[in-house]
Design a protein around this ligand. Structure first.
Ligand code: AMP
Ligand code: GLY
Length: 425
C-alpha cells in the first residue's frame, strides 16, 4: 500500500514510524513532512492546507490511503475532498471535524446531550460580552470560537484581563473570523488528562491516557505552548475515573454526533479535567494530540495501520487494540524564546542510536545537515516499566542531542511522578 500522511510535525513523525511497522506498506509520503521526517518518508512539498494540491498529488501518485492529522485541513474538509476522488482516509469529515473547529458547536452539543463541561455563555457581540463580564465570576475563561493556533483561550484572573481578551478577539480580530464569536466559561480546577480514542462512530476504543505540559516554563509557569512534553499513562486517570468518562462522556459524545447526523470517524481526543464534581470536558480535538501522540503510539502494541483501516471501514470492533502496561515520557526540545520569537537555522546533532526514538517537529535538511526550523524542534520518547525510569531516560538522551539555542523544561513528568508515588507508595 502507498500511504500519504498529511502534516509536518512531531505527531506526524510518530504516526509515520508506527504505520511503517505494517509489512503491507510500500511507500509513505509526507505532505509536506520536514527534514527529519525525510528519513522515514518521502516528503513532498505540498502544504497541508492547500487542499487542491493535496488532492492532485494523491490522485496522480497511486495513493491507496491517506491519514490526515492536523486540525486545519480536517476542519477545511480535506477528508471529504479525498473521499470524493476515491481515496479512503483516516480522519473525520468536515461536518464532524467541527467538534474541534467551533467551540460554540462543541459547547452546545455538550449542553444538549448532558455531557459534563464548564458552564458557559456564547456572545456574537462585543458589547454584550463586556456587559456580561461586569458581573461574571472570576477567574473567567474567554475562548475564541474557531481555530486559533492553540492561542484562543485566555484565563482571565480579573475583569480587566477578560475585557482585554474580548476586545482583542472581537474588536481587533486578533484571530480573524475565529474570534467573531466567543465563549465565556466557568473556570474549573483539577488535574488535566488527555484521552485519545479511536472511533468508527459505532465503537469507541480509548487509547492509553496521557498528560501534556502546555506551559513554557517549569512549574507550569509562562506562556502556553503547543506542549513541552508528555507522559503516559496519566496517574490521575484511575480505573474509576475511566469508567465514569466512558459512561458520561465518551459514549454520549459518539451518540450525540450520530444523532446530529455528523458521525465521527478517526481519532477523537478528549481534553478532560478531573474536577471535584467529576470528570468534565475542557475541549475536544478531532485528531491526534501533539505531543500526546509521541507517548501514546510508542505504547501501542497492535498494528496502527490495521486499526486505522478498521476505523475507516467501520469495523473497529473486529480489531485488536492493545497497549503495553509500561510508561512513556516525551521531552520536547524547543528553540529558546519559543513561543515568542526565536532564532532558526541552528545545526542539529542527534546520535544515530537515538534516531528511532526521536520525532522531528521543526527542522529542514540542507546540504546533508539538519537545521532547526521551528519553535518546537524535536521530541525524544522513552518507554520503560516505570515512569521514573522513562523520565530519567529521556533526560539522559537529551544530553546527547544538541543545537545552539536548545531549551527544554526541566520538570516534565514531575507532577505525574508525585501523583503516582503519592498514591502507590
Ligand atoms: P484548550 O485550548 O481549550 O485546551 O484550553 C487550553 C488550556 O486552558 C487547557 O488545557 C486548560 O488548562 C485551560 N482551560 C481551558 N478551559 C478551562 C476552564 N474552563 N477552566 C480552567 N482551565 C481551562
Ligand atoms: N497537545 C494538545 C493538542 O494537540 O492540542
Amino acid at each position: 500500500m502507498n500511504i500519504a500522511v498529511i502534516g509536518s510535525g512531531g505527531r506526524e513523525h510518530a504516526v509515520i514510524k508506527a504505520i511503517k511497522k505494517n509489512p503491507r506498506v510500500q511507500t509513505v509520503y509526507a505532505l509536506p513532512g520536514n527534514g527529519g521526517i525525510a528519513r522515514d518518508a518521502v516528503c513532498v512539498n505540498v502544504s497541508a492546507t492547500d487542499l487542491d494540491a493535496v488532492v492532485a498529488f494523491v490522485t496522480e501518485n497511486n495513493i491507496d490511503y491517506a491519514v490526515v492529522t492536523p486540525d486545519d485541513p480536517l476542519v477545511l474538509g480535506l477528508v471529504d475532498r479525498l473521499e470524493s476522488v476515491g481515496v479512503p482516509c483516516f480522519g473525520p469529515r468536515k461536518n464532524a471535524a467541527i467538534i474541534e473547529g467551533s467551540k460554540v458547536f462543541s459547547k452546545d452539543l455538550m449542553k444538549k446531550y448532558g455531557i459534563p463541561t464548564a458552564k458557559y455563555e456564547v456572545f456574537t457581540d462585543a458589547e454584550a460580552a463586556l456587559s456580561y463580564l461586569e458581573t461574571a465570576p472570576y477567574p473567567a475563561v474567554v475562548k475564541a470560537d474557531g481555530l486559533a493556533l492553540g492561542k484562543g483561550v485566555i484565563i482571565a484572573e480579573t475583569k480587566d484581563e477578560a475585557r482585554a481578551a474580548v476586545l482583542s478577539m472581537m474588536r481587533d480580530k486578533k484571530f480573524g473570523k475565529s474570534g467573531e464569536r466567543v465563549v465565556i466559561e466557568e473556570f474549573l480546577t483539577g488535574p488535566e488528562v488527555s484521552v485519545l480514542s479511536f472511533t468508527d462512530s459505532h465503537t469507541l476504543v480509548p487509547m492509553v491516557s496521557s498528560m501534556d505540559h502546555k506551559r513554557a516554563l517549569d512549574g507550569d509557569k509562562g506562556l502556553n505552548t503547543g506542549g513541552m512534553g508528555t507522559v503516559a499513562p496519566n496517574p490521575y486517570y484511575t480505573p474509576e475515573i475511566a469508567e465514569r468518562c466512558r459512561k458520561e462522556i465518551f459514549l454520549p459524545t459518539v451518540a450525540a454526533m450520530n444523532a446530529e447526523g455528523r458521525p465521527f470517524k478517526g481519532c477523537l481526543y478528549f481534553g478532560l479535567m478531573i474536577t471535584p464534581d467529576g470528570p468534565k470536558v475542557i475541549e475536544y480535538n478531532c485528531r491526534f494530540g501533539d505531543p500526546e501522540t509521541q507517548v501514546v503510539l510508542p505504547l501501542l502494541e497492535s498494528d496502527l495501520l490495521e486499526i486505522m483501516l478498521a476505523v475507516t471501514g467501520e469495523r473497529l470492533r473486529d480489531v485488536e487494540v492493545q497497549f503495553s502496561s509500561d510508561s512513556a515520557c516525551c521531552l520536547i526540545a524547543a528553540s529558546d524564546g519559543y513561543p515568542g520569537s526565536y532564532e532558526k537555522g541552528k545545526r542539529l546533532t542527534i546520535p544515530e542510536n537515538l534516531l528511532d526514538r526521536v520525532y522531528i517537529a521543526g527542522a529542514k535538511a540542507e546540504n546533508g545537515e539538519l537545521l532547526t526550523n521551528g519553535g518546537r524542534v524535536l521530541g525524544v520518547t522513552e518507554v520503560r516499566p516505570t515512569l521514573r525510569e522513562a523520565v530519567a531516560a529521556v533526560y539522559e538522551d537529551m544530553k546527547h542531542i544538541d543545537f545552539e539555542n536548545k531549551y527544554c523544561r526541566a520538570d516534565i513528568g514531575a507532577k505525574a511522578l508525585k501523583a503516582t508515588e503519592g498514591t502507590h507508595g
